[in-house]
Design a protein around this ligand. Sequence first.
Ligand SMILES: Cc1ncc(COP(=O)(O)O)c(C=O)c1O
Length: 493
Amino acid sequence: MARTTQIVDLPFINKVDQSAGHIRIQLIRLIREAVYEGQLHGGDVLPSSRVLAKMLGIARATVIEAYEQLLAEGILVSYAGKGTYISQSLTTTGMEQHSTSQNNTIPLSSSAVAYANILKEFKPLPAAPFAVSVPVNRTQPQDIWRKFGNRYRAKGAGMPSGYQDPQGVNQLREVIADYVRKSRSVQCDAEQIIITNGIQQALYICSQILFEHQDQVWVEDPAYRGTTASLQYSPHKIQMIHVPVDEEGIQVDQGIQLASRARAAFVTPSHQYPLGMPMSLARRHALLAWAKQQNAWIIEDDYDSEFRYSGQPFPALQGLDPERVIYLGTFSKVLFPSLRLGYAIVPKQLVAPFCGLRTLMERYLPTADQYVLAEFIRQGYLERHIRRIRNVYAEKRRQLIEIIHSTIPVEFAWLQPGDQGMHMVLWLANGINDIEIAKAALAQNIALKAVSTTFSADRQRSGLIIGLGDFDRQDMQQAIDTIKCLLLVACKS
Ligand SMILES: Cc1ncc(COP(=O)(O)O)c(C=O)c1O
């Protein structure tokens, strides 16, 4: 990446008005304007949060928050160990926006700009190695899914009908209750289940209905971007507290030190996203004890616990405290993401608020596929499908570990394989920029995600999220060879 190494003078530094308050908002606005007006250019390096805070005589946290907002908007980019830069790509967009606003186009609000960047961040990856959760070959549902679809959509309950229940189709809620009670030790009945448009929608609804203005909320560091982005843009101006994880999961004692009075914790206890370890029993109890004492919610994102390759999975956290834990599940991983069906299992008092917000968003989800899925689960096809694809993923995981170990020297990258899930993390050596590698790989039809985007600005590490799929061994080898070349070039430059 072409970039200046010298830290720029900030042209607006004298414009920060301490007496006017809202320093974070002033900083965000001034940096944004400096980019749009061409005073700062793509590749310019900003002072570290510590230095800028000192220059301005303000708290470092204020600068970090301002940088985080601009990182999320895509105006800044940050690389582990290298600092924070003005994004190369957005300087042009910013300039275009500035010139169009001079052409009398209505200027976009900061949230419109932020959401436009979210769209870029969540761009779907192609069905190529190593996309996560893209059903190919043997991981696709077999013909029976199509037959069920035809049968239940054409006649029976899945046929066209009038307005429906925002909570979701009752038959589907009944079979899900059965499934999670058996397979995940979740304590619930169908009345507590709300069918959602995947876990993403449930996370979004949580971010909207659970909090008051400026509440503090724990998120894991690193965490799924769908979680942090939903909280970041909530109108409640939620203060996200990034709590580091270690090999046992979220460090509850650190969370308590950082923000003991937080209102909620968003966690991935079965399979930490993206690092892959389960939360230990001791941490589970510590988290629940803290939540009970604070009367805080726990949001349990159980996105892929079905894929464990050795030993038994931990039961869900929800089973230990069903009045406090909101349990989120999805069919995106065990079936396919375009189905857009997931579920939230909530304490009874939250059913009405969840469904109320959903009514304003979309009234309710389309029902035909809900009937198809209910029947698919009821007749035992889902469990069979999971058993089958678990074996495929286990085989592909073994192959991929072998290929990576025999191809990529550990000076460039090393694998954190975990023992479950549909992806692994390949850590990159210091100084290799994972975002750039992912971009270069995509140009060669290799689908990777950069792990640095899941960390808070202070704790970023560089790595690649490598998804398992039923890709040919030869195609995987070829893709890993290409990644090795990209890493070699990055190390030399
Ligand atoms: C950790 C985690 N949570 C939630 C989701 C959302 O899944 P969906 O909205 O497709 O159910 C994903 C998807 O990749 C994920 O990785």
